[in-house]
Design a protein around this ligand. Sequence first.
Ligand SMILES: Nc1ncnc2c1ncn2[C@@H]1O[C@H](COP(=O)(O)OP(=O)(O)O)[C@@H](O)[C@H]1O
Ligand SMILES: [Mg+2]
Length: 249
Amino acid sequence: MGMTSNHTYIQSIRLKEGDLPKEEFPLNIPALRSFSSLYFHPNVTYVIGENGVGKSTLLEGVAVALGFNAEGGTLNFNFSSYDSHSDLHDYLRVARGTTRPKDSFFFRAETFYNVATNIEELDSEGFGPKVIDGFGGESLHKQSHGESFFAAFMHRFSGNGLYILDEPEAALSPTRQLSMLSRIHELVEQGSQFIISTHSPLLMAYPDSKIIELTEEGMEETHLTETDHYRTMEQFFEDRERLLYHLFK
Ligand SMILES: Nc1ncnc2c1ncn2[C@@H]1O[C@H](COP(=O)(O)OP(=O)(O)O)[C@@H](O)[C@H]1O
Ligand SMILES: [Mg+2]
């Protein structure tokens, strides 16, 4: 590993004090029920856990509290008529670092299509440099979902950035996930901070990082080799026949 940056754009989040609607969504999600605070790693913080445990809700809450559009994009995207799914951002207090990010992106697979549409609309208005040039130049609608996200990640992300990514591996091959990991390393060395929700043990493998697991009991820090994601893959590779036998019997 080379040297790591000490840029921290977001240090922690904590739940505001006072009378909060703990019986309602989103604070009624089991993982959030006992939540009080979460400290982020200066480089990469992973948010992991089973489907439906609250990862997207948490990432959206953080992103919207920081001023991102709930639908994703950079801090400058405010095209949306789209309502945030939850009010979590209203209940969060964000502790920022002393420096501001020069670049930013909130990626959510579900709505990246809308971000792509917004880029085409901005460019068809025709003033100034084309937004799409910053994403590699080729219309994101003419590329596959995985390719278009990958293009943004390789071309548009420029370092000194704060990047919040919700399951970015969704459309990426294992090889591209490894390319993504190496790009994460470059961007970290260029003073970037990431918050990434993922199910991929490949993408989760950045060494100088922190993994937070959401469960029904709350949130807890864990380590790569202790995660279900890693262990399941490990069983598969170590003794596939045995795993399949138990699966099919
Ligand atoms: N707008 C909503 N209103 C009520 N419940 C919701 C809403 N959006 C999500 N949920 C519930 O909150 C839980 C967490 O969802 P989500 O954050 O999307 O999970 P994950 O990203 O970990 O798969 C799920 O049980 C989901 O059904
Ligand atoms: Mg999700």
